[in-house]
Design a protein around this ligand. Sequence first.
Ligand SMILES: Cc1ncc(COP(=O)(O)O)c(C=O)c1O
Length: 383
Amino acid sequence: MPATSRRTSVFTESLIREMSRVAARHSAINLSQGFPDWDPPAALVQAGKDAMDAGRHQYAATWGAPELRAALGAKISRGLGVPVDADRELVVTCGSTEAMMAAFMTVCDPGDRVGLFSPFYENYNADAILTGAQAVHVPLHPPHYRFDPTELRRAFAGGLKAFVLCNPSNPCGRVFTREELLQIAALAEEFDVWVITDEVYEHIVFDGRQHVYFATLPGMAQRTLMCSSLSKTFSITGWRLGYLHAAPEVIAQARKVHDFLTVGAAAPLQHAVVTALNFPASYYDELTAKYAESRDVLLGYLDRTGLSYTRPEGAYFVMLDISPFGYASDVEFSHWMAKEIGVAPVPGSSFFAHGENRFVRLNFAKKPETLHAAGERLLKLKR
Ligand SMILES: Cc1ncc(COP(=O)(O)O)c(C=O)c1O
């Protein structure tokens, strides 16, 4: 048998998926993988059925069905506060996952260096490997997950082609402040670097915080490739719908990358989701309120365990400090927790570039009854 590719032979099996299997083996409540355990809005599900009945079965325009792009353009325009040309500044993708891959391939060549914060969402390293780019990690220091401006500057000064920004951030729950984002923007300008943003949790921010779209910062519209998704906003992670928004010159190239990667996202679902994009503004407020409630249920139980955690500012994950248990391996701890406590987390080390064994990540995109059941079990962790 000939050798398989060296480039992808370095991929390891996702620890998140492994923990889902461990959860099933021990009948543990699965707080590892990040998806909601409730159904999407009924009107959206109905629109999906209607789109099938209406015969939307063949390829849509490769960069997105016109009515979806129009609806997305209106949404993005409301967020950015500027007009959006849905014909020239937008590509509909198979989730933010594909948007990120297309963004990397649009601006990076093999050998380029791409900066990203650590801890990071695991796909970014894979995106770099698939592009042939080299990831350069900048630490977000626990427990507050803030960056050191000197370390960030050193990464930019070392020569970057692009910087990846996940905001609100998975796994650490940071919502970066305008001041922090301005520091990143100043470095991007000074060192002439693209900024690829992953803003899938744009509508899940807590305690009155405001999500600042990176592209709205002075001078940043021209150098930002904004990736986002409908997965989290409408609880449709399995529909695989996302988008990439950037300047027309960038999108002209990204469209071709997208075409060769996937041709396009599922046509009937593209039509269906227009219904959700037309929901009133109150939909987004209710979504935020629902996640804030879920967060508070889980944090309430964690408070009772006496363990330390980082209070999430956004997204739907919490990093729990497991150092009092004295495990040398967070993977071992996570297996123990699934088996003995009955709740499956993700070992924190899967998100950090350099050996970090002190944390596990719990996901609270779950119904209150799931979270209460998990919370009762978590009380067994009490120190
Ligand atoms: C930060 C982040 N980006 C992207 C994704 C995947 O998004 P999509 O379903 O749109 O591909 C996830 C899913 O968990 C995520 O946490």
